[in-house]
Design a protein around this ligand. Structure first.
Ligand code: GLU
Length: 279
């Protein structure tokens, strides 16, 4: 028997500012792709950055989406309420020796000038990867601030080859070392973007991840984590990023083209959509 797999998409903004036209474009794609095949379109609030996330931005996000008519299915998932889920994933990686505590400061890392670069800047030089176990224990017991990093080389060996499919670029072979020993739990919050997004897409049954192409490199890490954690790899459709008249990417710091300012200036949702590319 054949059973059609229901498409599940999601829009996953961080409540660190107001939504702008680029978000409307991204949310519209996610909703269209979810609904066109009779599937579901979910909304997730990615508020793990506790210093920068604000409840008032979250409320504004929900209001802006409702105003645009971009309604979502089911409950909103707020990442800060699910630290236990990310903790379980960390425990599973820890049990296999795939993560380690890193006590380095930004300055320590910046000082290692010969570290090769990845998509986000210099890769972590691996200083804490081989700390003697006794020193590691002493520093942990003393409560020294640390993050948790993936031992990428070891993880790559355990995962073996993997791949993911992007609608625009086709099948892409996973590069497990692209971001080096990525942070999976930050010093200030018990998870990281890469871990939380991978766990949530799995727990929410997301089958198609639509998001900006700036996040395509991150998919190499998500694919690796999916392999290590035994999760299915969803399909990906990374879309282009909208730019303003000067060709610059929209950013939260540009206040002029926020959905809120357009609404307050008297624009209708139809007029906002008419500012977006048709595709
Ligand atoms: N929270 C991310 C952002 O606002 C999006 C993450 C994702 O779609 O995977 O840029």
């Amino acid at each position: 028997m054949f059973s059609a797999v229901t498409v599940v998409t999601r829009f996953a903004p961080s409540p660190t500012g107001e939504l702008h036209l680029g978000h409307a474009y991204s949310a519209r794609i996610a909703r269209q792709r979810g609904r066109e095949a009779g599937g579901r379109f979910l909304l997730r609030i990615e508020d793990i950055d506790i210093r920068r996330s604000r409840r008032e931005f979250e409320r504004a996000i929900l209001e802006d989406l409702q105003w645009l008519g971009l309604d979502w299915d089911g409950e909103v998932r707020r990442q800060s309420e699910h630290f236990a889920d990310y903790g379980r994933a960390l425990d599973s990686l820890d049990a296999r020796g795939l993560i380690y505590p890193c006590f380095c400061t930004r300055a320590d890392i910046a000082a290692a000038t010969d570290a090769p670069h990845g998509p986000d800047g210099p890769l972590y030089p691996g200083t804490c990867r081989y700390l003697p176990p006794a020193e590691r224990r002493t520093r942990l017991a003393a409560g020294e601030e640390h993050c948790l990093r993936l031992d990428a080389a070891r993880a790559a060996r355990e995962a073996g080859p993997y791949a993911f499919t992007d609608e625009m670029h086709g099948r892409i072979a996973g590069e497990p070392l692209l971001f080096g020993d990525v942070v999976l739990a930050r010093k200030d919050t018990p998870t990281s973007y890469h871990l939380a997004v991978t766990v949530d897409d799995h727990l929410q049954g997301v089958t198609l991840v639509t998001r900006g192409e700036d996040l395509l490199p991150s998919t190499h890490v998500h694919g690796l984590l999916q392999r290590l954690l035994g999760f299915a790899t969803p399909a990906y459709a990374h879309h282009r990023l909208l730019t303003d008249a000067a060709g610059r990417r929209f950013a939260k710091r540009d206040r002029s083209l926020t959905l809120r300012s357009l609404r307050l200036a008297g624009k209708t949702p139809e007029e906002v959509f008419s500012l977006l590319p048709k595709d």
